[in-house]
Write a protein that binds this ligand. Sequence first.
Ligand SMILES: *Cc1c(COP(=O)(O)O)cnc(C)c1O
Length: 369
Amino acid sequence: MTAHDRATGILSVDLDAIAANWRFLAASAPGAEAAGVVKADGYGLGAIPVAKTLAAAGCKTFFVATIDEGMALRPHVGGARIFILGGPLPGTGADFAEHGLVPVLNSPDQVGLWAGFAHAQSRSLPAALHLDTGMNRLGLDAPAVSLLAGDSRHLDGIDTVLVISHMACADEPDHAKNTDQLAAFRAMTGALMIPAPRSLAASSTIFLGGDYHFDLIRPGAALYGLNPIPGQPNPMRPVVRLSGRILQVRDVDTPQTVGYGATHRFAAKGRVATVAVGYADGLFRSLGNRGFGVIGGVKVPVVGRVSMDLTTFDVSAVPADAVHPGAMIELIGPDHDADQLAQEAGTIGYEVLTALGRRYLRDYVGGAA
Ligand SMILES: *Cc1c(COP(=O)(O)O)cnc(C)c1O
C-alpha cells in the first residue's frame, strides 16, 4: 500500500506553473527586478520547494515575514537576498548577520535598533526602509520620514539597499487611494534622497501599470495562482489541486438530516458522500451548506456542517459509478479554484492557501525541488 492509497487528502502543487507565473509577472514589469514572496511557508504550499524553483528560474530576491522563516530558507537559495518583512526584534542582530538576512526597517525604533547594531559591529549593515504611504500598519510615517530626511545621521551605519511601501487597495484599480499612495511614495522617496532601488508593487499592484513598478516587484499571491485582478479573468496559471477521499456513500430520503445540528434536511431521495477532509485540514467551517466540490465534472454542494475530519456532499446529480468509497472529490482545481472556494467561505484565496492543513499528502509536480 502506497502513501497515495492511504492519503485521505492529496494536495498537488505545480512548481512549473509557479515558475511560469513568476516569469509572466517579471515580463509584465520589464525593467524591474522580480522578487518572490514566500512568507507563511510559501502561502501554505511549501517555502523551500517554491523558493528553490524560483531561484532556478532566476529569482535573486526573496521576502519572508519572520526571522525564523529566513533562517529556514537560507540554506536552499544560495546567495540570494532574503528580506525579513517584520524587521529586527531587540537582540536578533546576530541572527541576521549569521544567516545573511536583511531586515525591513518599519519604524524609527527599528531604524535605531539596526543603527545601534551596526555601530556595535563597527561596520555598515544592509537594510530596506519601509515607508508608510497610507496603509497605517507598518512603515515610517510622514513625520518619521521628514526626520530622516532632515538629519541623515539617523541612518549612520545603515546601508539602505531598498526602499519599499505597500498598497492598501491595489485589487480595486479605480480606488482613489492607489494614486494617492503612488504620489506619497514619490514624494517621500524624493525627500529622502537615498539612491536606493524602490519597490511598491505586490501582485495586484503590478497590474495597475508601469508607473507602479519602480525597480523591484514583490509578488506573492499571483505566483501561487490566485487572481491578482478580481472581477477579471485570472491571467495566472493554476498551481493548486486539492482532493479529498470519499469514505462512505449513503442513500438518503426525506425527512432525514445530515451532520451536527441537523442543519440540512433532505427534500427528496438522494445520495450523500462523506469525505475525509474537515476544518482541521483548513476546509473552513463556514463552508457548511455553502461550499462546493467537483466530481465527475459535476459541481456538488456541501450539505450540513463541516466537521473536524469530515465533510458531506450531496452527490445525487453524479452518475452512481463515479461516486464510491475510495474515489476523490476535487475541492480545489481548475473547475473550482481557491478564489472560488474562498468566496463560498466568505474569505480570500490567501486565507484558503495559508490554512491548508498538515494531513494532506503533498505532491510536487515539476520544479527544482
Ligand atoms: C505579503 C506582502 C507582499 C506580497 O503580497 P501579494 O498580494 O501576496 O502579492 C508584498 N509586500 C509586502 C510588504 C507584503 O507584506
